[in-house]
Design a protein around this ligand. Structure first.
Ligand code: ARG
Length: 566
């Protein structure tokens, strides 16, 4: 639709000379009320220059406009001039593109706009993967696809939390409270248990903390025994994380986590020193920042911190990928950390500090009693995902017991429901998780959109017509109100993706997917598709398949599959 706005601005520039074509384009509005046309041009702006009342200006201006072909009618209401697009032109323009691009509709085929690194998921080793990390994982994955769709080459980085004082604690805890067998058998659950126990014990025995620091120090100095234990904990954790990524069907281009920067930090600390950015405060090395608490670089004992590794990682990523943007997807709680990180990079004199982006998201809370967990108190992501799949299976069993590949469909729908729920609202908002809301096939949910796709596919299947034969459509057969509404929505796909990228906001795609589904269902309700008239059937089927391409790609951008039947 954006291109019509540009064309309209060009037309208006012929008769309006007080402002530039770009300014005209900026002024053109898209009325929320469809009755007011597709575009509206407000004339308030000219009152001062022309010394006339805006409604009069609008009516005089309207008379001067020579109606271009892509406009059906022009009306003047108060201080506005309303433009109605010509339905046939619009429908033809949009369907021509969709039917030519087919399954690629909306998605860039080349990725030559440059690199974007996206740091997402990034769970901490030896801790369970929780719902917060799920949000980071699915939002990051969606941003990855959104930026690829507009022509960037993305690099997905899992910045594993696999380094830091906590591993010193874990080594001490393991030696004191656990055994090889217990860790091998129970995995992360056991590591979590002893980690919690360490904290309980350390309250009464501060010497434990010293011991932990010593052990982390050993790791940083390359002590073999400490590193072997660390690596073992890491392997166990990764195996569990991989299971979750597999269920979600999400992958990464790099697993360079915090430990990867261990041997790269000295140089960076040196650089900070050389640039006179560091000071010593109570034995610790810090970078003082204006309007913010200082950024800690090393502790009293010389060991490094989360921020030290992130500064190093940012430099490494710039050198390795020469990114256009480097995006971090984490909970809102890390705002200060990223503000500090970005400011330090700026103070180091790197102009690309402006290309560092933090995309923060809100918290997920669970309705009490909505989920059972293995451990009793921590919510395990894997349990939630499996429960989603099981609950979906029950629904399918009830609604469509003869469905083929029930298992796979239940997985795609159950997981899709959770992912969709995570991104349906602006991501900065907290979400309250509820099974009823998430798995509602009639609400504004993932299953509702998937169901619409399956319904469209079923019509297509029943028609017995081959997709490739749906061409040379008589556009005039599909310019009724519901068809045109649907076509307009479909035509908005590219600009919707652009907007989602610009705002780092997958929810824009999620809302769009629901809109398309709603428009399709209205169209489907008002129009029989499998009619005897072959030309009419073909024209309506063209809309059915255009809807399918659009929904499938919109869901794909969110990381959600589109089962053909459900
Ligand atoms: N591991 C961190 C956490 O779980 C998230 C890391 C985010 N990425 C980064 N480069 N700091 O909170």
């Amino acid at each position: 639709m954006e291109n019509y706005k540009v064309k309209l601005a060009k037309e208006l520039a012929n008769i309006i000379t007080d402002i530039t074509e770009e300014e005209i384009e900026e002024l053109i509005e898209v009325p929320t009320n469809k009755e007011m046309g597709d575009f509206a041009f407000p004339c308030f702006r000219f009152a001062k220059i022309l010394k006339k009342a805006p409604p009069l200006i609008a009516s005089e201006l309207k008379e001067k406009i020579k109606k271009p072909d892509f406009i059906e009618k022009i009306e003047n209401v108060n201080a506005y001039i309303n433009f109605y697009l010509d339905k046939t032109t619009l429908a033809k323009d949009i369907l021509d593109i969709v039917l030519a691009q087919k399954e690629h509709y909306g998605l860039a085929q080349t990725h030559d706009k440059g690199n974007i690194t996206i740091d997402y998921s990034s769970p901490n080793i030896a801790k369970p993967f929780h719902v917060g990390h799920l949000r980071s994982t699915v939002i990051g994955n969606s941003l990855y696809r959104i930026f690829e769709a507009i022509g960037y080459n993305c690099i997905g980085i899992n910045h594993l939390g696999d380094w830091g004082t906590q591993f010193g604690k874990l080594i001490v805890a393991y030696k004191k409270y656990s055994t090889k067998e217990a860790v091998e058998q129970k995995g992360i659950q056991e590591l979590l248990r002893i980690y919690v126990k360490f904290h309980d014990e350390a309250k009464n025995d501060p010497a434990l903390e010293d011991l932990a620091r010593e052990n982390f120090k050993k790791m940083e100095q390359g002590d073999e025994e400490a590193l072997a234990l660390w690596k073992w904990f890491k392997d166990i954790s990764l195996k569990e994380f991989e299971r979750v990524y597999k269920i979600l069907d999400i992958s990464f281009d790099s697993f360079n986590g915090e430990a990867f920067y261990n041997d790269k930090m000295d140089k960076v600390i040196q650089e900070l020193d050389n640039k006179n950015l560091t000071t010593i405060s109570e034995g610790a090395k810090i970078v003082e920042l204006e309007n913010m608490s200082p950024c800690l670089i090393t502790k009293k004992d010389g060991s490094t911190l989360y921020a030290t590794r992130d500064i190093t990682a940012a430099l490494y990523r710039k050198n390795t990928y020469d990114f256009k943007k480097n995006i971090y997807v984490t909970a809102l709680a890390q705002n200060l950390h990223f503000a500090q990180l970005f400011t330090v990079i700026e103070k180091m004199g790197y102009s690309w500090a402006k290309d560092l982006v933090h995309v923060p998201f809100g918290m997920v809370s669970m309705e009490t009693g909505s989920i059972s967990t293995r451990s009793g108190n921590v919510l395990l992501l894997e349990d939630i995902l499996n429960e989603a799949i099981n609950k979906t299976k029950e629904i399918i069993e009830e609604k469509n017991p003869t469905l083929e590949n029930k298992e796979q469909v239940a997985q795609e729908v159950g997981i899709g429901a959770i992912i969709f729920d995570d991104m349906y609202n602006s991501i900065i908002k907290d979400i309250q998780f509820s099974w009823e809301k998430v798995l509602n096939f009639d609400g504004e949910t993932g299953p509702y959109v998937q169901y619409t796709y399956a319904r469209a596919n079923s019509v297509l299947r029943k028609s017995g017509i081959n997709i490739d034969d749906i061409k040379d459509i008589d556009i005039n057969l599909i310019i009724d109100e519901q068809s045109i509404n649907l076509i307009k929505q479909i035509g908005l796909f590219s600009e919707t993706i652009n907007e989602a990228a610009e705002k780092y906001e997958p929810s824009i795609i999620a809302r769009y997917a629901v809109n398309i589904a709603k428009c399709f269902n209205k169209f489907y309700h008002d129009n029989s598709i499998l009619v005897d008239d072959n030309e009419l059937k073909k024209a309506r089927l063209a809309l059915v398949i255009s809807t399918m391409y659009t929904i499938k790609n919109a869901l794909w951008l969110l990381g959600i599959k589109s089962p053909k039947q459900m």
